[in-house]
Design a protein around this ligand. Sequence first.
Ligand SMILES: Nc1ncnc2c1ncn2[C@@H]1O[C@H](COP(=O)(O)OP(=O)(O)OP(=O)(O)O)[C@@H](O)[C@H]1O
Length: 231
Amino acid sequence: MTGSLLRVRDLSVRAGSLQLLHDISFDVAGQGTTVILGRNGAGKTTTLRAILGQLRSSGSVCFAGQEVANMPTHALVRMGIGYVPEDRRVFPGLTVAENLRLAERDRPDYDRVHTLFPDLAHRGKQRAGTLSGGQQQMLSLARALLNDNRLLVIDEPTKGLSPAVVTTVTAALAAVARTVPVLLVEQNLQVVSELAHGAVVVNAGRVAWTGNTRALLHDAHLTRTLLGVAA
Ligand SMILES: Nc1ncnc2c1ncn2[C@@H]1O[C@H](COP(=O)(O)OP(=O)(O)OP(=O)(O)O)[C@@H](O)[C@H]1O
């Protein structure tokens, strides 16, 4: 499927008297990686959480032709949306192998996970809470990659990681995106330029720009005004 896999239309979220998202609309292609960019506090994670049914929203979220707005996350996971949240959420008291076992669905693909993250294969008996931040991120990604998903939603996978681990995670995501479409929130523009084709820039809870990642990153005026950086 090469068209739009996820269609978000007029997605709005309120928290009490605050409006966090205002009529967010964008499409996620049925292949490759689509990235949501924006400054700190722009509304990127809120957008993902609204799509994942973790925040009450108005508007439409259409996944593979089916309206899924406000469906609970577990129902979306059963439909084939893998979610890797920003805070990684591994079970610290359980081993690496136990964390993976808990994520298993119908036909877990351990070969894929161990090929992408060989380090995890050697750490099956280690408690996840004793892993480094980078290793925890790999475990968190591995939990989503274990299963055959139709879409992966991944929030800031390289946040706080050393350059070497960023390289490992980026390579794994590039390999994954060759077979599963990815909706990514990412701040590291080098990683964005390596991974993403489509870009959605969010600013103050609104979509400020959508288009081709390359066009965005090669336009110094756009990156300065939308992201506050010199590309
Ligand atoms: N439940 C809530 N109640 C009130 N304000 C909220 C709530 N959730 C998020 N916000 C606010 O909404 C704004 C967007 O937050 P969000 O986490 O989506 O930003 P972000 O773009 O992911 O930022 P960052 O890059 O810093 O992670 C922030 O100002 C945040 O404080």
